[in-house]
Design a protein around this ligand. Sequence first.
Ligand code: ATP
Length: 341
Amino acid sequence: MTALLSIRDLTVTYRHDGREVAALNHVSLDVTAGERFAIIGESGSGKSTLALAIAGLLPGSSKVGGSIEWKLPNLRSPHAFAPPSVLPSLPKLGISPTRGEIGSSVAGTPPAALEFGESGNDSAISPQVGEMSGRTEGGATDRQPASLRDHTPLGGRDIGFVFQDPSASLDPVMAVGEQIAEVAHTHLGLTWSQSYAKAKALLERVRLPDPDAALRAYPHQLSGGQKQRVAIAAAIAAGPKLLIADEATSALDTIVQAEIVALIRQLVAEDGMTLLFVSHDIALAADLAERIAVFQHGELVEFGATAQIVASPRHAYTRALLDAHLGLDAEPLLRQAGALR
Ligand SMILES: Nc1ncnc2c1ncn2[C@@H]1O[C@H](COP(=O)(O)OP(=O)(O)OP(=O)(O)O)[C@@H](O)[C@H]1O
């Protein structure tokens, strides 16, 4: 199994209102290329912080220690950010090209690493490129795609990011076809007509009814589930190696949630992407992921194969998450553990 990325001793602290909030505490884990990997834990456990750190999207106000090392043979960009048009309203990106890069690792050269200062020191995050403040469900409040573009000339190709709230991640005044085409145009260098053809094909792939009409639709004309399908189409438009879905189904009702999970599973399999699925729902994660990392209060408390985690959790917190779920709906988890046939 080839490693995609290796996280070592990652520590993230936010500064907020003069206080320091420890969001991740000495986290180490490896993600394997091509796997479906879930990060679970209750609200505030540090899941989104880990996802943002991997994507290089932590705010400038954070203090970061440890390293994130990419071992991707053909990583195409020295930065691995989400496509501007699918990012939520993150004001600006937090990584300075001169102070920390995610780069490629080719045979014979050292793997690229995003190295952060030791805990307590300045991090690799550049203060000059702004802060993420005023977080909303999907990110922050001020959408500044232009500034994102300024800071991500090569972004969006290697990591696709789908956030919880598609309304925050899609531009309300741009037709959805244009938003998807823009990703292909920017990152794949396609002509506009090729980019629109790709956008239409992607809208078909994510199963939007009437893709021709959908190309010209604005986000407010779509349902929540349809908007999330568009956000997914934009996230995969440049053919990323890693798809990060951060609570991407949490705002949807149960049936739509199941449809979106099935869609993500299918797209990931078809395109050979690695999936990082962030969720507070252990049942959903167990249904989709091959491995699960359980977070509590910024600590990685348990990490292993899904069947093992579900059948014989080692940590009391994992057991509590499972117990909470089993009280409501036991069957899918038990089936996942091989207990039901
Ligand atoms: N930009 C920020 N500024 C200050 N504190 C933050 C910021 N982002 C997250 N935090 C804090 O860091 C901790 C971890 O937050 P994080 O969003 O990573 O958790 P989470 O598990 O993803 O939770 P949720 O599912 O509610 O998003 C929390 O205490 C949170 O309040």
